[in-house]
Ligand binder design. Structure first.
Ligand SMILES: Cc1cc2nc3c(=O)[nH]c(=O)nc-3n(C[C@H](O)[C@H](O)[C@H](O)COP(=O)(O)OP(=O)(O)OC[C@H]3O[C@@H](n4cnc5c(N)ncnc54)[C@H](O)[C@@H]3O)c2cc1C
Length: 461
């Protein structure tokens, strides 16, 4: 079938499913769906806003019959091109915005995928609970998007990423069938773990219409937030190694360099001190003396606890807004997301400095240092071919370095269309070439016609 025939009359059929007002082909709302937050682009055939599982199923069946690419949209905050594609039916899931049940005995929450993570966090807090994974985009990103990207975040240093917190899902498969995966139980050994397969599948296996997430009671101990400053990046990396050796488990351990803090101060009118290397650290009170000793041994220039809760919150916002502030500093930005083994962190930070100097590009660094997942943000001038080339070369070098030292090319943002070749290179370098063949087979089993967010990730590798 030609593309023209596949798309002919599609909007009117969609309107029969969701109503006229929910099928969008132009205007501001449509334009919003042409770019993710790293400016990867793709123009949808049509954007559609369903509100029920039946509607999602009918839309997917239609896409399947006509063999039109289809993909789900959460908040479009992803950074790898995973959420954009030319000519696709883009299913905006933000009308799935209800928290269905908070279970205070079994410690889970049933939630729709369009709920913003911070809204979920606030609802849970009111009942004495929390959901640990907290990407820095939690003020805008959705539950569905966070599950599909397998998002990490700041508290992951203690609690792990999304893949550790999803108990069950309801999904619409690429043929339009609806199924449940998993159980709302702390233990469940019945069958292959298809829930985990869906977490981090980047919308390529189906559309999530409901999720059951594990929750925890708010911590009983007092947690203090502090800023710890160092004279240079590698020393901060060594201090993190020191914390590990001292068996200190922080609740949050983020790295920010001078340029990042300066950018946030400028963009959001914060006034945080600008040191060469800063760690933002959350510690449970009993572990503060051991951590302080580690910072002292590593010649911390200053250790400053937040004065009160309002300041603690401001410091968190400085970290959460870092990417948006850095994005304003140049016309182009490549945000990196490699993970290195934590004992290589200091060396890695030194390497990033060398790469920046070699390619004459600015690379501010910010991110989840406690996980070895620090994000170099490669800034470049979009209009200048040389600058673009330098940024790409720096990006490649950093990813290849991660592969060389036994790390991963992505800790949380995912592969999308950004890292397809590097993803393959990682698997091959680490003896996982055959696993890629299996992943491709799995994709074919779920989606034999290849309609669900095609042409990226496993498909393209
Ligand atoms: C300022 C900023 C900070 C960030 N910080 C972090 C961070 O700390 N950690 C981190 O991991 N990421 C971070 N990110 C990246 C991004 O925000 C996360 O990956 C986020 O989880 C994406 O959620 P979203 O709702 O915007 O998803 P989208 O961008 O809309 O979609 C992402 C992927 O999920 C799929 N998808 C969305 N909804 C569904 C659904 N219902 N069913 C099936 N598939 C679906 C899409 O098709 C796409 O492949 C950051 C981004 C920004 C802009």
């Amino acid at each position: 079938m030609t593309t023209h025939r596949r798309l002919a009359g599609l909007p009117s059929e969609l309107k029969k499913i969701v109503g006229k007002a929910q099928v969008i082909q132009e205007g501001e709302f449509f334009e919003e769906h042409r770019k993710d937050m790293a400016d990867y682009e793709g123009t949808p055939a049509v954007v559609v806003r369903p509100q029920s599982e039946e509607q999602v199923s009918a839309i997917v069946q239609l896409a399947n019959r006509r063999e039109v690419p289809i993909l789900a949209w959460g908040a479009g905050s992803s950074l790898t091109g995973a959420v954009v594609r030319d000519g696709a039916i883009v299913v905006d899931m933000r009308r799935f915005d209800r928290i269905l049940k908070i279970d205070p005995v079994n410690w889970y929450v049933d939630v729709q995928p369009g709920v913003v993570l911070d809204d979920l966090g606030n609802a849970l807090k009111a009942q004495g609970f929390f959901f640990p994974p907290d990407p820095a985009s939690s003020f805008l990103c959705t539950v569905g998007g966070a599950i599909a990207t397998g998002a990490g975040g700041m508290r992951c240093v203690r609690y792990g990423t999304m893949k550790d917190w999803v108990l069950a899902l309801r999904v619409v498969l690429p043929n339009g069938e609806v199924t449940s995966l998993g159980e709302p139980l702390p233990k469940n050994r019945a069958g292959y773990d298809l829930v985990r397969l869906f977490v981090g599948s980047e919308g390529t296996l189906g559309i999530i219409t409901q999720a059951t997430l594990k929750i925890l009671p708010l911590p009983g101990v007092r947690i203090r937030r502090m800023l710890v400053q160092f004279a240079d990046w590698p020393t901060a990396g060594e201090a993190i190694k020191g914390l590990r050796k001292a068996r200190v488990v922080p609740d949050l351990l983020e790295f920010l360099d001078r340029e990042t803090i300066a950018a946030v101060n400028r963009s959001f009118d914060f006034h945080v001190e600008e040191a060469e290397a800063t760690l933002l650290v959350d510690l449970e009170e009993p572990s503060i003396p051991a951590a302080t000793e580690v910072f002292r041994v590593h010649h911390a220039l200053g250790i400053r606890p937040a004065a009160d809760e309002a300041e603690a919150d401001r410091l968190y916002q400085v970290r959460a807004r870092a990417y948006l502030a850095l994005k304003e500093r140049a016309s182009g930005i490549q945000i990196e997301d490699v993970v290195v083994p934590i004992d290589r962190l200091a060396e890695y930070l030194r390497f990033v400095k060398e790469v920046a100097a070699r390619h004459h590009v600015q690379i501010p660094v910010v991110g989840h240092a406690g996980d070895g997942n620090v994000h170099p943000a490669i800034l470049y001038d979009k209009a200048d071919a040389k600058s673009r080339e330098a940024a790409t070369a720096a990006f490649e070098e950093i990813c290849r370095y991660a592969i060389r030292v036994g790390g991963s090319v992505t800790g949380e943002h995912g592969v999308g269309s950004q890292k397809v070749a590097l993803f393959r290179a990682q698997l091959e370098a680490h003896g996982g070439g055959e696993s890629l063949r299996l992943m491709k087979e799995i994709k074919r089993v779920f989606d034999p016609k290849g309609i669900m967010n095609p042409g990226k990730y496993v498909d393209a590798a």
